[in-house]
Design a protein around this ligand. Sequence first.
Ligand code: C2E
Ligand code: CA
Ligand code: CA
Ligand code: CA
Length: 275
Amino acid sequence: AKQSGRNTFQLYTLELNQALKKRIEIEYSLRHAIENEEFLLYFQPKINLATGKLCGAEALIRWQPKDGPLISPLSFIPVAEETGQIEALGRWVLGNACRAANQFSQLLGKPFSVAVNVSPRQFRHCDLVSTVEQVIKDTNVNPGCLELEITESCLVHDTPAFIKTLHDLKSLGLTLAIDDFGTGYSSMAYLKDFPVDRLKIDKAFVGNLENEPANVAILKAIIALGHSFGLKVVAEGVETAYQQAYLHGMGCDELQGYYFSKPLPLADFLLILKK
Ligand code: C2E
Ligand code: CA
Ligand code: CA
Ligand code: CA
């Protein structure tokens, strides 16, 4: 038992070292990637359930190294968040999302909203309000075409300063969404103090709604909660016609998921907009 204990320990240390090495590698190559702008935004359509029409898009970052496959945000956003690189990356995302919103709106001849993910660190460490204000000025975007998605983990800081930041952001004319709603551990009492426009239900509750009666109960409760606060409710991760029909029946407002479309490169998104 002692022997195997030691082996387990060695294995654990080895894995830790490998994880650390990987993290340092990502941090190092991210620095160059930011300098060389090796990033792309993909856009995933959002569908209004009442009209069945496209009603906006979420911008999702991808890392495209010079030679190599596309890298998922799940493997570099957490590192960028830890190292602070998210601040530069976040500014890049904001600027490009606003330019895309301009392009989409121009093509459609009416305002088209693009949602951007904002990390907790962007809230805490940089002056998010003046950054966003500057980006709006620089890109001349209609601020009503910009939505910021903040996760519940941001919201545990329900301090007066944090609530003021949300109000300051809103006063720029943009909209706010709470992302991954239902997965955090924070109290939902904050909803009454927070000037948000949308709740995005985490895909964990949507993905297996066919086989999970508990998820149906959670979805119903979240939709009712959102509506009672006057918020639009969006379900993400919709993959089947059954899920669409079920969410429609439950009164969900907007849907997003592979059933409609995967996130698309800009050129492909422009093609579906023209249709
Ligand atoms: P998220 O904000 O919850 O974004 C939704 C994720 O679900 C996206 O993954 C999207 O591609 C994926 N998805 C959409 N529809 C479906 C579906 O029907 N089924 C399944 N299984 N998945 C679906 P993605 O693009 O890999 O992004 C992962 C996460 O990375 C995002 O989760 C977000 O937290 C973060 N992220 C992405 N772009 C940015 C960014 O520009 N800034 C920051 N701070 N975070 C970002
Ligand atoms: Ca999101
Ligand atoms: Ca989400
Ligand atoms: Ca997420």
